[in-house]
Write a protein that binds this ligand. Structure first.
Ligand code: HEC
Ligand code: HEC
Ligand code: HEC
Ligand code: HEC
Ligand code: HEC
Length: 418
């Protein structure tokens, strides 16, 4: 009996010590927030680039594809390296090499060559100086060739024989996006599949969507009209590269082509297109009381809204105000992906908006308790990142990190209720 109890104590003791050691180790060990997968463990080789494309620079493509170049220049892809938020965040994280493989993916954009790895997780690449490094090209971030190069040829949907360079026809242009935007990995100590930068992870939760899902029928509309309930295919380009009619090169054949815009969280109009919002009065719950609802529906994004890095979130505020605009009462709601980082990475809660599922916030007003109230106001804001995080990493933003996507006001017409 004594012996058994001792044995039990020893076992429990060992388990406890192991657990404490594990948690202590998780607390001090630098966290690898994502799994480095084969898709982006190394930069893209440009060694087999066809000689007709002497330069890889977007500027050289601009020589013939002027309009596309202009559009790309306004997009965040062209700033994937120079983006001040990325730069501050990258330095804060200790400048890991792996970040470059999506933000400046071409080998010639990187100062170093990756010749191997000194750890199994591939977070510590073995580096050698890269004689082909091109600082100018580095500044182009996700440049044309980052998406268009495959087997030394330029990939495109037409398979044009008239191009000034070899062309390889691809069936589904969405494949291009998946490489950087829809990646994941499993590991025993991360309890969810957390892709780098958290980009559109939730898309794989869309019923019927796989990497091989073909694009849905072409459509000329963007945002909420682009698809109907039931259209599950994550056709990225349908919404992020709107259609237009024009030649690919000056004087060329007019074709149905796609604008290279890729608008997202940095563009208020894009976010508004995806979001249907309404402030309405609901039937009075009891005499002397009034009830209001703020309804938010993701009608125009195939993924969650907001999507992207876990920094992105929406806030909805409903206020009761008096004649002078002073706030008498306020309800705050946050739509966000909340993550516990230590000692383990765990997805705690996800309150973002899945497609087609209305989120209703109710706001009741008791006119006897607030006799000076004159109106109910609602405000919905999109946040690129949290103010707390901005301060923590020392990012001095030049552009606002949050903006309004909806504002409404309903006056409390007193006669009606008296
Ligand atoms: C983020 C990825 C990406 C980048 C960067 C990019 N493209 Fe594209 N491009 C695409 C995709 C995807 C298509 C195919 C769209 C479709 O299915 O019609 C395309 C199509 C084209 C076409 C054919 C016309 C069309 O719209 O189908 C040309 C020409 C082209 N790109 C040139 C360029 C040039 C020049 C640059 C740089 C200034 C560039 N691209 C940058 C992804 C990209
Ligand atoms: C000397 C002019 C010239 C330059 C420079 C040039 N292109 Fe082109 N490109 C063309 C022509 C011409 C076509 C075919 C147009 C057509 O078929 O209507 C074409 C077609 C394309 C297509 C469509 C292929 C298809 O069939 O779907 C893509 C994509 C493309 N170019 C990308 C690029 C990229 C990226 C660069 C820079 C690395 C570049 N081009 C540089 C002339 C050029
Ligand atoms: C080589 C990697 C790579 C590929 C391929 C790629 N992207 Fe991106 N994309 C990025 C990076 C990196 C950013 C963020 C840049 C930044 O803000 O620093 C980004 C940003 C975006 C944004 C804007 C997010 C915002 O903050 O406003 C959209 C939308 C987007 N990509 C869509 C696409 C689509 C659609 C495709 C396929 C045609 C595609 N991307 C292909 C790397 C890539
Ligand atoms: C039905 C239209 C639609 C489709 C399909 C769609 N998106 Fe979006 N996407 C949107 C809208 C609207 C927004 C702006 C609101 C938001 O951030 O969710 C957006 C935002 C984004 C952003 C910006 C995130 C950020 O941090 O600012 C990225 C990146 C993105 N989408 C990538 C993709 C990729 C990759 C696919 C394909 C797998 C895709 N989208 C498919 C409509 C769409
Ligand atoms: C697998 C490709 C990939 C890797 C690796 C990667 N990123 Fe990103 N990153 C993206 C994409 C795609 C986006 C667009 C984000 C979105 O949807 O919000 C992005 C966006 C960002 C943003 C937001 C930029 C903005 O303007 O708001 C920051 C910051 C960032 N990345 C930092 C990093 C850092 C630091 C690392 C390395 C630890 C890294 N990224 C590694 C693909 C990647």
């Amino acid at each position: 009996m004594m012996f058994v109890r001792n044995k039990k104590t020893v076992v429990v003791g060992i388990v406890l010590i192991a657990l404490i050691t594990l948690i202590a180790w998780r607390l001090v060990r630098p966290m690898n927030i994502f799994v480095v997968s084969e898709a982006f463990e190394r930069p893209v080789s440009t060694a087999d680039m066809h000689p007709s494309l002497q330069s890889l620079s977007a500027k050289s493509c601009a020589g013939c594809h002027q309009e596309i170049y202009q559009e790309w220049s306004t997009s965040i892809h062209s700033q994937a390296w120079t983006d001040p938020y990325f730069q501050v965040d990258w330095v804060f994280d200790g400048k890991p090499q792996v970040c470059k493989n999506c933000h400046i993916p071409l080998d010639r954009q990187q100062e170093h060559k990756v010749v191997g790895f000194s750890d199994d997780e591939k977070w510590q690449p073995i580096l050698e100086p890269n004689p082909a490094f091109d600082a100018q090209l580095q500044h182009e971030g996700v440049t044309c060739v980052a998406c268009h190069l495959r087997n030394g040829k330029i990939i495109g949907t037409f398979g044009s024989g008239d191009a000034a360079h070899p062309v390889e026809k691809i069936a589904n242009s969405n494949e291009v996006c998946f490489k950087c935007h829809v990646v994941g990995g499993n590991r025993w100590d991360t309890f969810f599949r957390f892709p780098p930068c958290g980009t559109v992870a939730e898309i794989s939760n869309t019923p019927g969507a796989t990497k091989d899902t073909p694009p849905v029928a072409a459509s000329s509309t963007v945002g909420r009209d682009a698809a109907k309930p039931g259209d599950a295919s994550p056709d990225c380009i349908q919404c992020h590269m709107p259609l237009t009619e024009r030649p690919l090169v000056a004087g060329g054949q007019v074709r149905t082509v796609r604008k290279h815009l890729w608008r997202g969280g940095h563009d208020p109009e894009m976010v508004k297109q995806g979001l249907e919002t309404a402030l309405r009065e609901a039937p009075a719950p009891s005499p002397g009381k009034r009830s209001f609802t703020l309804t938010l529906t993701n009608t125009g994004a195939a993924h969650y809204l907001p999507t992207g890095t876990p920094d992105r979130h929406l806030t909805a505020t409903i206020r009761l105000v008096d004649q002078s605009g002073a706030v008498l009462r306020e309800d705050d709601h946050v739509m966000k992906r909340s993550i516990m980082w230590r000692p383990f990475i765990v997805d705690l809660r996800d309150t973002r908006l899945p497609r087609w599922q209305p989120r209703v916030f109710q706001f009741d007003v008791d006119l006897r308790r607030n006799p000076t109230a004159v109106a109910v106001e609602a405000q919905v804001q999109y946040h690129l990142l949290d103010e707390k995080r901005r301060r923590r990493i020392g990012y001095e933003n030049k552009e606002p990190i949050a903006y309004d996507v909806f504002r409404a006001r309903i006056a409390l017409n007193r006669e009606k209720t008296n």
